[in-house]
Design a binder for this molecule. Structure first.
Ligand code: SGN
Ligand code: CA
Length: 555
């Protein structure tokens, strides 16, 4: 009896500790990575700028207030698919093989951080825009938008196939993210969840609830809205991305009367249900009627286009900001906030009328820089601002480091974990290498590579044999190419040498053209051609339909 009494507590103790170790919770932090498409820092109030008071982003700002805001996060190649491929692999385009959006497929058999995180015992999930042509690999859960995705009643693709969901894309993706965290994941394991929004990508279709947001505001114009590209080279002059010439009144700016190809109806409007379409018409038609009646031209027309463009863009951003708020709230309400690293970024920046442009691709600041905000309770000092040269090249390494997993030697960036903790290593990069390849193609931006040291930027538009050099301290808007200015000769020389050494460090192939011959270089122009022909066909069909309508009317 006495013996039994003695053993009972001992056995109980042993049992509890055994159970305890079996169920030991994995305390490694979760990562929620919210990623948007084409979101410029100029449209996040935490970054200041002329839109900060007019179109504030309180939820994004809260990440900055409670965490860290990076002022110099720059991309390796300012375009969607290539940026995503860089993030997955921690490598430049010439190493991961995804140079251009239009290249056929991302090679999903290569090493990526999600695969390594899986090996380290993390659950991995991606929801929303993917845009890499091949199916995701390395994810326990994937539920993606096919191609560019749609704003209204979007299609999704997962391992089982394609299906459609009713609603507005940004809201649907947010709901899906919460649903995965609530009901679909294994709650014993730490996770990384990538919530990848289509917004605010072209053609900037706002959510039903924000269709009239900012209607009563006049947006300020950037001083370079009517840039004449004097003082810069052929690449800046000859692009195809101006609000004036490239942006369409029909599909881009939602004036149906100006859509001879029915492009808008076929792509955006055509997906709406009657209720959504009615809300849309109620919001846009009166403004469109006034626009048609005003019969604008010249600079007045550009100004009108800019207003419509920027408001729609900012309406889309508003939904992204809501997504951030909802996810933060979800994490807080479910006891996850304390042990989750919350990161926000975009695939690149964007022009909001600067230089008269929309779109991206150039190494000029508005599209080279991308937002990066991170919150990590207990690790990041709230309200910190970091101006180190960081890049999407560092994201894979950072995620692995947060998880305590090993970072492979062949990844080309560096973990941001010490930087997040306010302890940037002495040997942190002092210069950054950039390379854009997609030419000929959408928006016709010449291929170029370059180097940036946080103040000076040297760019080489090698196909047209032009170099550009900017001093961002004295010329933050990059209006004056200093390459031929003798006062900048030493700087140019230093940056040339640096560019060479970065090419060596990252093993950039010597001969761009030769090396790109393995890449499906002509695919891009063919696809544009195909799209052109499709557009022509639609135009003809629309003309036929209109013809029929007319003859009916005449009878
Ligand atoms: C589409 C857009 C382009 C945009 C590319 C790439 N045209 O082709 O304006 O530059 O995507 O964007 S659209 O008429 O289809 O809207 S990216 O973000 O995917 O790189
Ligand atoms: Ca993009």
């Amino acid at each position: 009896m006495q013996i039994r009494l003695f053993f009972l507590p001992v056995a109980a103790l042993l049992l509890t500790s055994l159970l305890g170790s079996l169920c030991a919770e994995d305390k490694r932090p979760n990562i929620v990575f919210v990623f948007s498409d084409d979101h410029a820092t100029q449209a996040i109030s935490a970054y200041g700028g002329m839109l900060a008071n007019i179109a504030p982003t309180p939820n994004l700002d809260r990440i900055a207030e409670e965490g860290m805001r990076f002022t110099r996060c720059v991309v390796t190649n300012s375009i969607c698919g290539p940026s995503r491929a860089t993030i997955l692999t921690g490598k430049y385009s010439h190493k991961n093989g995804f140079f251009m959006n239009e290249k056929t497929k991302f090679d999903g058999t290569q090493q990526t951080f999600p695969k390594l995180l899986q090996k380290a015992g993390y659950q991995t999930a991606v929801i929303g825009k993917w845009h890499l042509a091949s199916d995701p690999t390395g994810f326990d859960h994937w539920d993606i938008l096919p191609g560019q995705g749609s704003y209204y009643n979007p299609d999704f693709v997962n391992a089982e196939g394609k299906y459609q969901v009713s609603g507005y894309c940004t809201e649907v993706v947010t709901e899906k993210a919460k649903e995965w965290m609530s009901n679909q994941r294994d709650k014993e394991k730490p996770f990384i969840l990538m919530v990848q929004q289509k917004a605010p990508h072209r053609a900037w279709d706002p959510a039903p609830k924000y269709l009239t947001l900012y209607d009563d505001v006049v947006m300020p114009e950037p001083d370079t809205l009517f840039d004449n590209y004097e003082g810069r080279g052929i690449a800046a002059r000859e692009q195809d991305m101006t609000i004036d010439k490239t942006m369409t009144l029909g599909r881009d700016l939602k004036v149906k009367e100006y859509d001879p190809t029915d492009d808008f109806k076929l792509r955006g409007y055509g997906r709406m249900n009657p209720e959504q379409a009615a809300a849309w018409d109620a919001a846009y038609q009166p403004k469109n009627d006034a626009f048609v009646a005003a019969n604008l031209s010249g600079k007045d027309l550009v100004r009108w286009k800019y207003q419509r463009y920027l408001k729609d863009y900012l309406r889309c951003v508003r939904s992204v900001d809501d997504c951030i708020g909802e996810l933060q709230e979800y994490l807080e309400e479910n006891g996850l906030a304390e042990n989750t690293v919350f990161i926000y970024s975009s695939d690149q920046g964007f022009y909001l009328g600067e230089h008269g442009w929309f779109d991206k691709r150039f190494m000029y600041d508005e599209s080279y820089r991308t937002p990066l905000l991170a919150k990590w309770p207990g690790k990041i000092k709230p309200g910190s601002v970091n101006s180190d040269l960081v890049s999407n090249l560092d994201f894979a390494e950072t995620f692995l480091d947060i998880a305590g997993a090993e970072i492979p030697d062949d990844m080309q960036g560096a973990s941001l974990v010490p930087v997040l903790k306010g302890e940037t290593p002495e040997d942190w990069r002092k210069t950054h290498y950039y390379h854009y390849y997609e030419y000929p193609g959408w928006h016709m931006v010449q291929r170029h590579e370059g180097v940036y040291d946080g103040r000076y930027k040297l760019m080489n538009f090698y196909d047209v044999k032009e170099w550009e050099l900017y001093d961002l301290e004295t010329d933050p808007k990059e209006m004056k190419n200093q390459i031929d200015n003798p006062e900048y000769a030493d700087i140019a020389k230093r940056l040339h040498t640096e560019l060479e050494s970065l090419r060596e460090q990252y093993e950039v192939p010597e001969n761009q053209l030769k090396d790109l011959s393995n890449v499906d270089m002509h695919f891009h122009s063919e696809s544009i051609l195909k799209r052109g022909l499709e557009r022509k066909k639609r135009m003809e069909e629309a003309a036929k339909r209109k013809g029929k309508g007319k003859s009916k009317g005449k009878k």
